[in-house]
Design a protein around this ligand. Structure first.
Ligand SMILES: Cc1cc2nc3c(=O)[nH]c(=O)nc-3n(C[C@H](O)[C@H](O)[C@H](O)COP(=O)(O)OP(=O)(O)OC[C@H]3O[C@@H](n4cnc5c(N)ncnc54)[C@H](O)[C@@H]3O)c2cc1C
Length: 318
């Protein structure tokens, strides 16, 4: 029987960063990832300035720029017949998840092609399939089987186009939902939309179309420390989902490493993590939920965007 201090379920952004940081802090940890990288994944491909800061802290930013990530300096948002231009105070990046996820997992202990089927409590720890451990972290994303979440009738669709869209993130709100296009590595553009379930079939005949869903924003209950989307997605309009995954991965690693060294019980580590999470993310989550409720009213939404000062909009991505 194999044993590790920590098993992380999922080795995409949140999981790979978490295991990377745990190893750095001297903890024996492994992430088990169902997929094999590189692989495509539905995502807008816009890494917010706050996400760029996380990659700098992780020492990964040079690799990511070296792989061709594109500097994104501004957003053009179209809603309700109006267009709003926003210049970012700090640049974000355009990059595909094919490249980003591979680079974040590279060099970290992420065992690929390993789907976790069963987790159960055992004595003072857990058994994750055939592995025993003291701590389990759920990083298995918005469709996690291990954290109960409330799903909504929305799906994500994505396709790639040849040709760059420059350094501006193009975003629009329309009948079916909303989404946008951003330049990514290799002189291409990534288009991604969040749409209602009954609109999905209209997008399926597009060449290269990838679909994900249903989406889930709210976590109802988890027995585990959950990071990234497993905790509930942030509204993609905020463009902060990847930052949220990176930041919660780092945060959980710091708390768990400290807890293991001090022989703290799992429930105490979980409570400390949740308290810290709420301190850092509760307000941003509330803003995201408010924006989501406004989205169907495109006219009012455009008005709200126009009257919101640029510095406040910039805070959203920082
Ligand atoms: C339409 C759409 C557009 C978006 N656009 C943006 C954007 O432009 N910018 C942004 O910052 N965010 C965006 N997001 C959000 C962003 O994609 C997510 O927040 C981010 O992927 C979360 O990362 P994660 O590591 O938590 O989860 P994921 O990236 O979903 O990773 C979960 C991993 O767990 C693995 N897994 C699942 N089950 C198991 C299992 N049983 N065993 C082992 N492994 C398992 C999966 O294979 C997967 O690799 C968008 C989301 C959507 C839906």
């Amino acid at each position: 029987m194999t044993r590790h201090d920590v098993v992380v379920i999922g080795g995409s952004l949140a999981g790979a960063v978490c295991v990377r940081q745990l190893e750095r802090l001297g903890i024996d940890a492994v992430a088990l990832e169902r997929d094999t990288f590189p692989r495509r994944k539905v995502c807008g491909g816009f890494l917010s300035p706050g996400g760029v800061k996380c990659l700098e802290q992780l020492g990964l930013i040079d690799d990511i720029r070296g792989a061709g990530a594109v500097d994104i300096c501004a957003a053009r948002i179209a809603a309700g017949g109006q267009e709003i231009d926003l210049t970012f105070e700090r640049t974000g990046l355009g990059i595909s998840r094919t490249i980003l996820d591979s680079l974040v997992a590279r060099g970290a202990r992420v065992e690929q092609g390993c789907a976790v089927n069963n987790v159960r409590r055992e004595w003072e720890g857990f058994r994750v399939d055939g592995i025993t451990c003291s701590v389990v972290i759920d990083a298995s994303g918005k469709l996690s089987r291990f954290t109960k979440r409330r799903v909504v009738d929305e799906f994500g669709v994505q396709y790639l186009r040849s040709g760059s869209s420059g350094s501006v993130l193009d975003f629009s709100f329309f009948e079916d939902g909303y989404g946008g296009t951003v330049s990514i590595e290799g002189g291409r553009s990534n288009s991604c939309f969040l749409i209602k379930k009954d609109a999905v079939r209209r997008y399926l005949d597009r060449e290269d179309c990838l679909v994900t869903g249903p989406l889930a924003y709210e976590a109802v209950r988890s027995d585990f420390i959950a990071i990234g989307d497993a905790l509930g997605m942030l509204d993609p309009f905020c463009g902060e989902g990847m930052q949220h995954a990176l930041e919660t991965g780092m945060m959980a690693a710091a708390i768990v490493a400290r807890g293991i060294r001090r022989c703290v019980r799992y429930e105490e580590m979980k409570s400390e993590y949740e308290a810290e999470y709420n301190r850092r993310w509760a307000v941003r989550r509330r803003v995201g939920a408010m924006i989501r409720r406004l989205v169907p009213y495109r006219g009012s939404f455009a008005f709200a965007l126009r009257v919101t000062p640029a510095w406040l909009l910039n805070r959203m991505w920082d």
